[in-house]
Design a protein around this ligand. Structure first.
Ligand code: ATP
Ligand code: MG
Length: 567
């Protein structure tokens, strides 16, 4: 058996050589913000890999930083992972579930001479740590007796020591070329309530210490994470090896039975996308400073934003699949994301005619009061979706920008004297332009050719332009929201010196139009999707209660497929 990426190759190897006899992964979000498109990649890798090997994947909330975390985020993360189509069954865990175990192991490390209480503060800690090019030096407390450290650690836990006065460090190697191994902090005092454990704890384990323990107790085999943790892997292994050695030597029996095998950490490159920032800190800033209208603003790269914009779970999974898994950082073209949703919707979605910026056309040779009922295709890509009836009469709307009074060369849309086809209806010719006293065009007066019914050429004469249209009398008023990339900077990692992300926000990234739609849309319900002919794919917004509101999911123009078919 062969894997389809390097992670799967490792797993296949581990199964073949007997290191593990099952596959168990976990997705470990920190509940300090909403999940984003980068997390989609991680969710798909973790849950997808487990599915592939008929194993399991846990959902673990990494809630080791009580100050920044909130239940709102826990709820949204659950909802988003489910919506993506993955199931953690009853295996929902929290790093805070293991605080007792982490504490117990910490005492054990102290007794074994593998951890000590240090009282260095702020600048001194950094100074003692050394730099990338020079070794650190030992803390003055490094060799204090284990019993002394233990007593202080217990006082810390009892709340008898103030924040910053003491912390627990692993005793590893202050001269290690890997800074993470220079006696890293593993427990610190934080006198804040935790969203799950309340006031039970005033000491909290560090992520690098709690994470391997969480993986181990849950029986995780493959702890898949992003590349920035590569340099933390030696610490991950140190924590596990030291505790396991104490247990194996018989000198210590933990209060809980630990799995026999230790987990293995594997790193992959995180997703970066053009025109997109993904750090939760920055996303939170966008929300808190009202640069967007919430975490689920359709311009946000959050799962909730993408969902509201009209992305489907399958299109996001397809995207995750197409970007693949690599070991080196790169940046993915956002057009690929657009391509994935467009491809999917093209096959299935009902077409409708909508005029975003209407101008009225009066057909002067059409009898007043006469109506014609025309058949129009629901989806030319899928004829099984049938046809629907649309009414055509004397007054219709077309797009304001489908008309030019003074057209440039090769302009095939409407201008005075020019003939165009109205989609599925008739040919019309512009005879007269009506303006108000400010010179703004208010109406176009046209004539039609009765022989061109259905938009067919009556006498083989060439009419190049085809415009979509909406009948005035039964038009439905709708609100349409159009979106552009929130950021104008193509590569967010290449932000120039002295500039902030907020300098690159596109103020016109959300545009609201009051549009005229064919009557079909009056029946649109939340979650419905349509292709508005010539405008793109649209999704009914949750604001659609009194008035109908549609979000543009994506436009029709495909620059990704085009670029990639040329190469
Ligand atoms: P951020 O920097 O956006 O806050 P994070 O890494 O702190 O992200 P976590 O909640 O800790 O976010 O992430 C949960 C999991 O998702 C981790 O395993 C993390 O490596 C992974 N992850 C986060 N961002 C990305 C990304 N852009 N691409 C792939 N995986 C990611
Ligand atoms: Mg984080």
């Amino acid at each position: 058996m062969e894997g389809s990426n390097f992670i799967q190759d490792f797993i296949v190897e581990d199964l073949q050589n007997g290191r593990y006899n099952k596959v168990h992964t976990r997705f470990p979000p920190e509940p300090n913000g909403y999940l984003h498109i980068g997390h989609v990649k991680s969710v798909c890798i973790n849950f997808g890999t487990a599915l592939q090997f008929k194993g399991h994947c846990n959902l673990r909330f990494d809630d080791t930083n009580p100050a920044k975390e909130d239940v709102e985020y826990v709820d949204s993360i659950r909802e988003d992972v489910k919506w993506l189509g993955f199931d953690w069954e009853e295996r929902e865990f929290y790093a805070s579930d293991y605080y007792d175990l982490c504490y117990e192991f910490a005492e054990q490390l102290i007794l074994a001479g593998k951890a000590y209480i240090c009282h260095l503060k702020g600048d001194d800690v950094s100074e003692y740590r050394g730099t990338l090019t020079s070794p650190g030096k030992d803390s003055p407390w490094r060799d204090r007796p284990a019993q002394e450290s233990l007593e202080i650690f217990r006082k810390m836990r009892a709340g008898e020591i103030e924040e910053g006065e003491a912390f627990l460090r692993a005793k590893i190697d202050m001269a290690s070329p890997n800074m993470n191994m220079r006696d890293p902090a593993i427990y610190r005092i934080k006198k804040v309530a935790h969203h799950r454990t309340g006031n039970k704890w005033v000491v909290y384990p560090m992520y690098d210490y709690a994470h391997p323990i969480g993986d181990w107790i849950e029986g995780i085999t493959h702890s898949i994470c992003t590349l920035e943790f590569e340099a933390h892997r030696p610490l991950y292994e140190w924590v596990l090896d030291e505790i396991k050695a104490a247990i194996d030597s018989g000198s210590y029996t933990p209060s809980q039975k630990m799995p026999d095998v230790l987990p293995r950490q594997i790193e992959f490159a995180r997703l970066n996308l053009t025109y997109t920032v993904m750090s939760k800190r920055l996303l939170r800033e966008l929300v808190e400073n009202n640069h967007v209208l919430g975490w689920d603003d359709p311009r946000m790269p959050t799962i909730s934003g993408l969902r509201r914009r009209g992305y489907t779970p399958s299109s996001l999974r397809e995207f995750a699949d197409r970007i693949g898994v690599a070991k080196t950082d790169s940046i993915v073209d956002i057009q690929l994301l657009y391509f994935c949703i467009r491809e999917e919707l093209n096959k299935s979605v009902q077409r409708a005619m909508v005029i975003l910026d209407p101008i009225k056309v009066v057909i002067t040779n059409w009898e007043e009061g006469k109506e014609d009922v025309l058949d129009t295709e629901n989806n030319p890509e899928n004829l099984e979706q049938g046809t629907r009836k649309v009414i055509f009469s004397r007054e219709i709307y077309i797009e304001r920008d489908d008309f030019m009074e003074v057209p440039p060369k090769k302009y095939f849309r409407l201008f005075p004297g020019q003939e165009v086809r109205l989609k599925g209806a008739y040919y019309i010719r512009c005879e007269q332009v009506i303006k108000d006293s400010d010179g703004k065009i208010t109406e176009l007066h046209c004539t039609y050719d009765p022989a061109s019914r259905g938009g067919e050429t009556p006498d083989a004469r060439k009419v190049k332009g085809t415009l979509h249209w909406v009948n005035c009398k039964d038009a439905v008023d709708i609100e349409v929201r159009l979106f552009e990339n929130l950021f104008t900077l193509e590569n967010p990692a290449a932000i120039p010196e002295g500039k902030s992300y907020m300098d690159y926000i596109d103020k016109n990234s959300r545009i609201v139009k009051h549009a005229k739609a064919e009557p079909l849309l009056a029946k649109a319900k939340p979650n419905d999707r349509f292709q508005f002919v010539r405008h793109g794919y649209f999704y009914v917004d949750k604001d659609s209660t009194q008035a109908l509101v549609f979000n543009r999911t994506v436009g029709l123009k495909d620059s990704w497929g085009r670029i990639n078919s040329q190469t």
